[in-house]
Design a protein around this ligand. Structure first.
Ligand SMILES: *[C@@H]1O[C@H](CO)[C@@H](O)[C@H](O)[C@H]1NC(C)=O
Ligand SMILES: *[C@@H]1O[C@H](CO)[C@@H](O)[C@H](O)[C@H]1NC(C)=O
Ligand SMILES: *[C@@H]1O[C@H](CO)[C@@H](O)[C@H](O)[C@H]1NC(C)=O
Ligand SMILES: *[C@@H]1O[C@H](CO)[C@@H](O)[C@H](O)[C@H]1NC(C)=O
Length: 358
């Protein structure tokens, strides 16, 4: 009995550490050292000053210092897109806790955690792929992707494209390093979470890569477009966010099987592919504040009285009801264009009703 108790305690503690540092490379998104100027001027070795890196990530930082700024930017893009996608929902992708950017909520292996891992990994793919194309990195350049078979024969292939191949590989190496350097007993709770993280990182990278597309530019006499040059282009990140949001909605609940692999809880559904999101735990209750789960609760959140969706007061306030306030909005209005060239506007104020969850 005593043995059992102590092994439970160990698992709990180990699990705690794993999950805390499982999220921390995202803190690069906020790191002032990675502002381009600071990065060049800073005399101290950059990698020793960055917090939140695992041992393997610190090694990669030393080898690829010039990449770090783009990893930070990629994480930031991912976080902003997450906040756009979830802004009107109970969990709004808020970032509160300093140590892990997203706070304790990510300690749970939930759908939301799955989304967050995927979108961050996707952000790094796009940022690094573009940095290659722009000549910002010493170890990569323009894409060398093969000419697409369906490209019309008289169009030129070979404008400098985003290097998705490199961006994908670097994101895999860097982002997954943290998970790959851990070892857990097969079948343990921690190993399930590790597999979940790796799966979702990969899904994010694949979605970002798959959405990359061919972009072309016209040449020729005064816009005749007799000649086109084409190249590979990363997708607009909003499209990546929209696609991952759909994956979030259809994410698959998983559990460990006896061989230590993740398998679907509901075996009647098709197994998730490498492009799908997976999760292993139910979401915390986002309605009420809970310091243990990290949920902030929805008290004080704005809601929409007439909407029946997640942003509507009924769902957002979880049945607790809402308070109504009148607020004055001041806006630019009656704007006139003056020759030449400025726009002059009046300021109009109007009173609107605001609804706030109890
Ligand atoms: C976050 O860090 C800042 C300064 O580093 C500190 O003032 C603040 O209290 C911290 N917030 C939390 C929630 O830990
Ligand atoms: C807070 O969250 C923890 C962990 O998810 C849960 O066990 C507990 O019951 C929750 N507390 C409340 C008051 O809901
Ligand atoms: C997100 O939710 C938290 C807690 O409910 C709230 O404090 C914060 O203002 C919200 N953020 C946005 C952008 O609505
Ligand atoms: C509230 O929801 C309704 C119905 O979905 C929508 O038409 C309206 O624009 C929303 N209002 C605000 C302020 O978002």
């Amino acid at each position: 009995m005593l043995r059992l108790m102590s092994s439970v305690a160990v698992i709990f503690c180990a699990g705690f550490t794993v999950l805390v540092d499982g999220s921390s490379w995202w803190s690069l998104a906020m790191n002032p050292l990675l502002i381009p100027e600071a990065y060049i001027i800073g005399g101290q070795p950059l990698c020793s000053q960055l917090t939140g890196l695992s041992t393997g990530q610190r090694k990669l930082c030393q080898l690829y210092q010039d990449h770090m700024q783009f990893i930070g930017a990629g994480a930031q893009t991912g976080i902003s897109e997450c906040q756009h996608q979830f802004g009107q929902r109970r969990w709004n992708c808020s970032t509160v806790d300093n140590s892990s950017v997203f706070g304790r909520v990510l300690h749970t292996g939930s759908r939301e955690t799955a989304f967050t891992f995927a979108i961050s990994a996707a952000g790094v793919v796009n940022a690094v792929s573009r940095a290659c194309r722009e000549g910002e990195l010493s170890s990569c350049g323009c894409s060398r992707a093969a000419r697409p078979k369906d490209l019309p024969r008289d169009w030129l292939w070979g404008g400098c494209g985003d290097n998705l191949n490199y961006g994908y590989r670097f994101s895999k190496e860097f982002v997954d390093a943290r998970e790959r350097e851990k070892t857990f007993a097969k079948g343990s709770v921690e190993s399930a979470r590790l597999l979940m993280n790796l799966h979702n990182n990969e899904a994010g990278r694949r979605i970002a890569s798959d959405l990359a597309h061919v972009s072309c530019k016209c040449h020729g006499v005064s816009g005749s477009c007799s000649l086109k040059t084409c190249w590979l282009q990363i997708a607009d990140f909003r499209r990546v966010g929209d696609a991952l949001k759909e994956k979030y909605d259809s994410a698959a609940a998983m559990k460990l099987n006896s061989r230590g692999k993740l398998v679907q809880v509901h075996s009647k559904f098709n197994s998730p592919t490498s492009n799908d999101l997976v999760y292993i735990e139910p979401s915390p209750d986002y309605c009420i504040e809970n310091k243990t789960s990290g949920s902030l609760g929805t008290q004080g959140r704005l809601c929409n009285k007439t909407s029946e969706g997640m942003d509507g007061c009924a769902l957002m306030c979880c049945g607790r009801g809402y308070d109504q306030y009148k607020v004055q909005l001041v806006e630019r209005c009656h704007c006139k264009f003056h020759w030449c060239c400025y726009v002059r506007c009046k300021r109009c104020s109007r009173t609107v009703d605001q609804f706030v969850c109890k």
